[in-house]
Each structure stands twice: as structure tokens, then as C-alpha cells.
Design a protein around this ligand. Structure first.
Ligand code: C2O
Ligand code: CU
Length: 505
């Protein structure tokens, strides 16, 4: 400064000139230095230096997210209409015997609804059950009013009532649908179905001979000594444990079904866990399997399937390559729990098939590893206490929410609020000794840390399993405004109170 002043005195330059010169230098500096920093911030993950500036970290995370999946749906104008009726029905289940179930269109699982990305679904729904119900479209990003949550997004559909659901999915992938009232009973009785949204390009690449598609709906049932469904729902035992775990495990309603494949064939296997409480970890033995999608969304690159878990609500899509020299029976085991059990098998026979090796599409998942130090927007403590209509209540921050209590959400106040388009962080703290697959409607998130240790899962999820006493941090950029359910997907835990609302504004 002193030097400058001396220079000015010596040269006798006007102050105005100096100001102009300073302006030019400043502008140059802005162009040369500042702009590249901005560009770099937008393109690359945040630097270590930015860690203490939470606003900057949020901006960086939002910039990294940009375009990872579309904000808006792109309707093509083509509409696909479905008629769905929920009613009790005798359905051939397990080993093929008629079983008194509740079913969508007389089928368990319900009809697989298949649409192309950009198509609009129109579902004419009629309730012929003895109870009120709704349909929730699990994992689909849709307008809040179509989300199927009684008392929040729509009135319950009474026995004999109807409702029209209409929405255009924003993402291609494997999703599912189920009731959102007394789901511990209604889902257990057989009300669930798969919704597949196909991406045109992916469909072309995944079509035969590239891959044949299989859908496996994983479930379990609690059957009593008479061979019928045990109709004691939400028992103290269920509540003191990880919900209701059945004594019969089924794939597509069948016990140990056999699927045929040919040597050299590739399978795209879409799996959904619709059980009230059971977790699955599939072991394909000698059949090479990779995971290509989680909860509907493609991974940035396929990963080996070993150890992948499906908690209630989760989906996993597998790419399975049947070896050219394979033949005979390949059992598929569920390894979650004490003893691995066979749940299905693949029998390989017939002439060899030659398939192209064109890979499946991959997804975009931003690198949010620098958000580890960011304070969470809110913390959700998960625990239980005595009381309530079932004797035990599962709580989120000591609060309960129940769909069956007409007064429990009279004001529809959402206790938690997030800003649309802003990077947000939630922390789940499992204070209990039980499992909790925590699910949020209408959003995808990424797991950032477990027990305070950063993890890079690099995949989208709508449901994450918390183990006993575990803390899990998740990051997300909420997009669609509205009041969205956040709850445990162990349906007994949810029905006894472990639900809340997050409002995206
Ligand atoms: Cu499948 Cu509210 O969830
Ligand atoms: Cu739970």
C-alpha cells in the first residue's frame, strides 16, 4: 500500500486512472482465478478446505447431484390403463393348493404392471375387501396426491369404494405396489404386486438374446396347524421382535419353485422383498451373478452379488450368466439368518444359447463423500415403549403415527421439513436391539456413514436396513414437494407407530 502511494505521488497519476487500473486487474483476477475455481467446484467433489463451510459443502453436493436422475417426468402422451380390484380369493399357493388370500385381480402376487418410461399409468382401483385400503406405489417418484397414504394424500378407499391413480414415472426400474392401511394384515394376506418401468434403450439391450427377464417376489407366510393363515396380526411377540416372520417362505407365492434356463443364457432377475419382516440374502451358488440395480436404480457399475441383502421393501436386479457348460439343478439359498435355506432353484438344460455381451445401462450416483462432516438436518431416534393399542409402540423421536387412528394426524402437521433442491442429511439412530428397514416415500437417498464411519455405497436406495444399535447417515436432494411418509418397513413396527411425515417445501 505504502509503495503504491509513493508510486502514485512520484508518477502524479490521477486517482481515477488508478481506480480503473485496479478494476481491470480485479476483473482479470476474477476471470483468471475465480472462474476456474467455480467451474472446478461444479465439476469436482468439494475440497478438504471447504469442509468447515457447510453452505459451500451443501452447494457442492447439490452440484454433484445435478442431473443424476431427472427432476421432471417426460410424458410421451401415451397412457396405459389398468383395472385393479382388491378382494378375497382362493388362490393356488405354496405347492399349488387353494388358499384363502386377499388378492389383486385374484392373483398372488398381483398382476405385474409393465409400462415404458414416459408412459402414463391410469389405474382404476376398486376395493372389495371388508376393510378400507389404498394403493401405495413403493419407490416411484410421483405427485404427492397419488402416493396412496390415507389421511395424508387421499381419503381411505372404503369397502365398495373406488379411486383413480394416475401418474407418469420419472425413473425406469423395478418398483412395487401395496396397501398403506393395516399393511401388516393386508400385505401379509397377499396384497402386493410388481411395477416395472422399462427404459426403451435398456429394454432393447436387455431383450433376448441379451437376457431373459425373471421376476421373483420374495415373501413368507405364518401358517397355523390347520394350514390356513394365522390371523393374529401385530402380536406382542411380533412387536418384541423384527415383526412377523412366517414359517413358509415363497417365491412368487410358491414354495421352492423351479425355474428353467439354458446353458449360456443370461437372465435379468428382478427381486422384491414383500415380506412383513424377513430379510433375504440370496446365494446363487455356482451361477455367476452381479447386482445391476438397487431399489429400481442402476448402479454406476455392476458389483458381485455376494452378501447383498434385501430388507422388506428393497429390490435388487441381478445379471446372471449361466455358464456354457452348466447343466442340472442349481439351488438358490437365502443366507440371512442362522441356517441357509433353499428358496428356489434353476434347472439348466437344453441347447446352448449364445448371447451378446452388451452391458446393461449404468446409473449416475454423485460422490457425496465430502458430506460426512456435515451436521444432519435432523436426527431420528428409533425405539420402543409399552402402551398403545397393541401393548408395545415403536417410536421415532418418542412420537407415534398411526393410520388407524382418525385423530392421530388431524392437523397433518409434518414434524420434519426439507427444502426441495437442497442437499439434506438425515441421521437414523437405532436405540433398540431390533432391525429397522427405514423407508422414505417419493425420494432416493445415498448412505453416507454407518456408526460415524464414512461408507461409499455409491447406489441409490429408498430403504436402508439398520442393525441393532446402529447409526446410519443418509444424504439426499429432495425434489417433489409434499408430505412424504418416512417409516420402518417392518409392517408391525410401522402399524404400531413407527411412521412419520417429512414435508418437502
Ligand atoms: Cu412400501 Cu410406505 O411403503
Ligand atoms: Cu422397525
Amino acid at each position: 500500500m505504502g509503495k503504491q502511494r509513493r508510486a502514485r505521488q512520484r508518477s502524479g497519476l490521477h486517482d481515477r486512472w488508478l481506480l480503473t487500473a485496479a478494476g481491470v486487474v480485479g476483473a482479470l483476477a476474477t476471470i483468471v482465478v475465480y472462474q476456474p475455481i467455480q467451474q472446478w467446484l461444479g465439476a469436482a467433489p468439494c475440497s478438504e478446505a471447504s469442509r468447515n463451510d457447510t453452505d459451500l459443502v451443501r452447494q457442492c453436493m447439490a452440484a454433484a447431484f445435478d442431473g443424476a436422475y431427472p427432476t421432471e417426468a417426460s410424458p410421451t402422451g401415451s397412457v396405459r390403463e389398468f383395472e385393479i380390484i382388491a378382494a378375497s380369493a382362493a388362490v393356488e399357493l405354496f405347492d399349488g393348493r387353494p388358499f384363502d388370500a386377499w388378492a389383486y385381480n385374484g392373483q398372488v402376487p398381483g398382476p405385474t404392471l409393465r409400462v415404458k418410461l414416459g408412459e402414463t399409468l391410469k389405474v382404476h382401483f376398486r376395493n372389495e375387501l371388508p376393510q378400507s385400503t389404498t394403493i401405495h406405489w413403493h419407490g416411484i417418484r410421483l405427485p404427492n396426491s397419488m402416493d396412496g397414504v390415507p389421511g395424508v394424500t387421499q381419503p381411505p378407499v372404503p369397502p365398495g369404494g373406488t379411486f383413480e391413480y394416475e401418474f407418469t414415472p420419472k425413473d425406469a426400474g423395478t418398483f412395487w405396489y401395496h396397501p398403506h392401511i393395516r399393511s401388516s394384515e393386508q400385505v401379509e394376506r397377499g396384497l402386493f404386486g410388481v411395477l416395472i418401468v422399462e427404459d426403451a434403450a435398456a429394454a432393447a439391450r436387455a431383450a433376448p438374446p441379451r437376457a431373459r427377464e425373471l421376476v421373483w417376489v420374495l415373501d413368507d407366510w405364518l401358517i397355523d396347524s390347520t394350514g390356513q393363515l394365522d390371523t393374529h396380526f401385530v402380536t406382542r411377540h411380533d412387536l418384541a421382535h423384527d415383526g412377523r416372520w412366517g414359517n413358509v417362505v415363497t417365491v412368487n407365492g410358491l414354495t421352492r419353485p423351479v425355474f428353467e434356463a439354458r446353458p449360456g443364457e443370461r437372465l435379468r432377475l428382478r427381486t422384491v422383498d414383500v415380506a412383513n419382516g424377513r430379510v433375504f440374502s440370496l446365494d446363487f451358488g455356482a451361477l455367476p451373478a452381479t447386482v445391476i440395480a438397487q431399489d429400481g436404480m442402476y448402479l454406476p457399475s455392476p458389483i458381485a452379488s455376494e452378501g447383498s441383502e434385501l430388507a422388506p421393501g428393497n429390490r435388487l436386479d441381478f445379471d446372471i450368466e449361466i455358464p456354457a457348460d452348466a447343466s442340472g439343478k442349481y439351488p438358490v439359498l437365502n443366507r440371512f439368518g442362522r441356517t441357509p435355506t433353499e428358496i428356489a432353484s434353476v434347472v439348466v438344460r437344453g441347447e446352448q444359447v449364445v448371447t451378446s455381451i452388451e452391458p446393461f445401462p449404468v446409473g449416475r450416483v454423485p460422490d457425496w463423500s465430502h458430506a460426512a462432516g456435515l451436521p444432519p438436518d435432523f436426527v431420528l431416534a428409533l425405539n420402543a415403549r409399552l402402551g398403545g393399542p397393541f401393548g408395545v409402540e415403536w417410536t421415532i423421536n418418542n412420537q407415534v403415527m398411526r393410520h388407524d387412528d382418525p385423530f392421530s394426524h388431524r392437523h397433518e402437521e409434518a414434524p420434519y421439513k426439507l427444502h426441495a433442491g437442497r442437499f439434506s442429511k438425515m441421521r437414523f439412530v437405532n436405540e433398540s436391539a431390533r432391525l429397522h428397514p427405514m423407508h422414505i416415500h417419493g425420494q432416493f437417498f445415498q448412505v453416507l456413514a454407518r456408526n460415524g464411519v464414512p461408507v461409499s455405497e455409491r447406489r441409490w436406495r429408498d430403504t436402508v436396513l439398520l442393525r441393532p444399535r446402529e447409526t446410519v447417515d443418509v444424504g439426499m436432494v429432495p425434489i417433489d414437494p409434499g408430505k412424504w411418509m418416512l417409516h420402518c418397513h417392518i409392517l408391525e413396527h410401522a402399524d404400531s407407530g413407527m411412521m412419520t411425515l417429512v414435508e418437502v417445501q
